[in-house]
Design a protein around this ligand. Structure first.
Ligand code: ASP
Length: 323
């Protein structure tokens, strides 16, 4: 994420994001009680405030949660200043921007695209997969053909800024994709609408300078995102390989179904990943919300933030963490 534009440690600039009252809280992830907070929308990282703004307006106007999360993350996809999602996202190690996205509703409806090139809003393509095909996931050239056949237009996703960074990376790199909190930041969003329906969306350009063809956790239902109307929703950001190995988001939702709070479930999955990997050099963060609107967040390392918006709160919070 471009830390010059989104400084997690400071107050959000009101004008820059159009966020009227967002503040950075240094408190740990907090619970909020169900019926009074509906509708509610929560998103990963500081840029989540942009998604929340758009999504919350839709929710208060009576929109379905699935439309709110989709429209919310699309704003982030289309913003070239966000260097980890959509247009302007960091390329892979061959200099190509490839995008992964998915969305899911509490009733199990879901759609996904992966390794998609040249399309500005992959989450909108994922929505078409969900609504208009018998499938869940399309990838690569097939996903692009499906997008073009459905009226999406081709667009150059590699901006001058990302190209410059890539060229610098080529000079210094040992050609392994480095990962830390500065070069990856998926936007994942969970929302509950006025009818109590929960939905989520997740979209990313993935780990910067990844191998060409690499797909992370973000478009994989159960890894980067999982939503279940009986238990709640969860989403992930960070080093996707570990999230895939643990079926991360599905596991968090399952733990909530079995009685853990969203906060406890996020902590449990991060600790489980840490047991397997002892991965201080990577970052992983989880965000979860039960169907009453209680939410939690936890990350492996310091630095994971998330944005929350409901009628009593419009804030960016720092997640609690292991290291
Ligand atoms: N989870 C994403 C991936 O592995 C990247 C991120 O969230 O930072 O592709």
């Amino acid at each position: 994420m471009n830390s010059k534009y989104y400084n997690r440690r400071n107050f959000i600039k009101v004008g820059a994001l159009g966020v009227s009252s967002a503040t950075l809280s240094i408190s740990s992830a907090s619970d909020s009680s169900g019926s009074s907070t509906k509708p509610i929308i929560i998103s990963t990282w500081d840029h989540g405030a942009m998604a929340n703004n758009v999504g919350f307006k839709l929710l208060t106007d009576g929109a379905d949660a699935i439309d709110a999360v989709q429209q919310g993350v699309m704003v982030v996809e289309s913003d070239p200043k966000v260097r980890t999602v959509g247009v302007g996202g960091y390329p892979d190690r061959d200099g190509v921007v490839t995008l992964d996205a998915c969305l899911m509703k509490g009733d199990g409806s879901c759609g996904s695209v992966a390794f998609l090139r040249d399309i500005e809003n992959p989450v909108a393509v994922a929505r078409k997969v969900m609504d208009e095909t018998p499938h869940v996931m399309l990838v690569g050239a097939g996903a692009k053909k499906f997008a073009l056949d459905n009226g999406f237009e081709e667009k150059e996703l590699l901006t001058e800024a990302s190209k410059r960074d890539y060229e610098n990376w080529l000079k210094r790199t040992d050609y392994m994709p480095p990962i830390n909190i500065e070069n990856h930041d998926t936007i994942s969003t969970l929302a509950i609408d006025q009818n109590g329906v929960i939905a989520g969306a997740c979209t990313t350009s993935g780990a910067s300078y990844k191998y060409h063809g690499r797909v992370g956790d973000s478009p994989i239902i159960g890894a980067g995102l999982f939503v279940d109307q009986e238990a709640g929703g969860a989403c992930a950001t960070g080093w996707g390989e570990e999230v895939i190995r643990t079926a991360g988001s599905a596991m968090v939702v399952e733990m909530m179904r079995n009685g853990k709070s969203p906060q406890e479930a996020c902590e449990a999955i991060v600790k489980r990943i840490n047991e397997r990997r002892k991965g201080k050099e990577i970052q992983i963060g989880f965000l979860a919300m039960d169907t009453k609107g209680n939410f939690g967040a936890y990350s492996l390392r310091k630095g994971f933030t998330y944005a929350v918006k409901h009628k009593d709160e419009d804030a960016i919070k720092a997640a609690t963490y292991l290291y």
